[in-house]
Design a binder for this molecule. Sequence first.
Ligand code: BDR
Ligand code: CA
Length: 316
Amino acid sequence: PIPVIIDCDTGVDDALALLFAVRHPGLDLRAVTCVAGNTDVDGVVRNTLTVLEQAGAPDIPVARGAERPLLEPARSAPVHGADGMGDLGLPAPARTPVDVDAVTLLHREILASPRPVTLVPTAPLTNIALLLRTHPEVTRNIERIVFMGGAVGIGNATPVAEFNVWHDPEAAAILLTAGVPVTMYGLDVFRQVVVDAAEVHRLRASAEPGTRLAGELLAHRPAHQGEPPEAEEAGGLGDAGAVCAVADPAGLTTGLLPVEVSLAPGPTRGQTVVDRRPRLGESEIHEGGRERALVDVALEVDAARYVRLYLETVAR
Ligand code: BDR
Ligand code: CA
């Protein structure tokens, strides 16, 4: 199986991603690290531990990470209810996180892995940026970073910026320019992978706790401002789609394109500026002398294929 580490801000759809990673036979979830985002970092740790217990994976190490973005103050987004995870009334976890911080756990687990690790951040990129700056040698044992974040087109946190990148744009810029192969699973594909209501109903009726939890999570409607109507429906796999893309990359169509994060204050801050102009020459790739990262940007997704994969994996 592919060694995987998820860095998350659990989060309804982060929880869906964890359930999938735990249950997919082709993935070996080696650790989970937590960062402030959907809710404060202590809430994220609690939600993450609870989800892993419900999924029947209580032994995966979980570490607490950054409380706030690199430059901005802490600000959580109330789109996933008061507890950050849909207010489902889930039990408190039985265990506590490991006694080292997220950066230390990431460093340790990445270098200890017998095969290069695929990192899957589904949250603001603060922990990953701190890791890459503190322990740059980890890149030698990272296969690829597949992150949920950014958008080629319409944003959600702002008209042009996606929440995870907008929350900590400097961290996203550090990730993109780290010299590691990166796949950007952005809002353009994120919004498309939706489970229909009948399937959600079936999952909610299951007697198996992990399957039932997936159903409850899918029934939650995120409250992102300014989302297109289809994204306001329940059933979106959200972050879990990025993990599907690790297990089944053939479901995603990507293009290797220059991407730059807008760091300027003002209306474009946090935008991922993706250059889709055809036949770019060297001079445009290094626009204005700035080195722009070449990123595998998700452009299309086979949504039905990922929904099928998700249900087959989680609803056993
Ligand atoms: C991202 O923001 C969070 O609310 C979701 O968990 C997802 O990671 C979408 O913009
Ligand atoms: Ca998330």
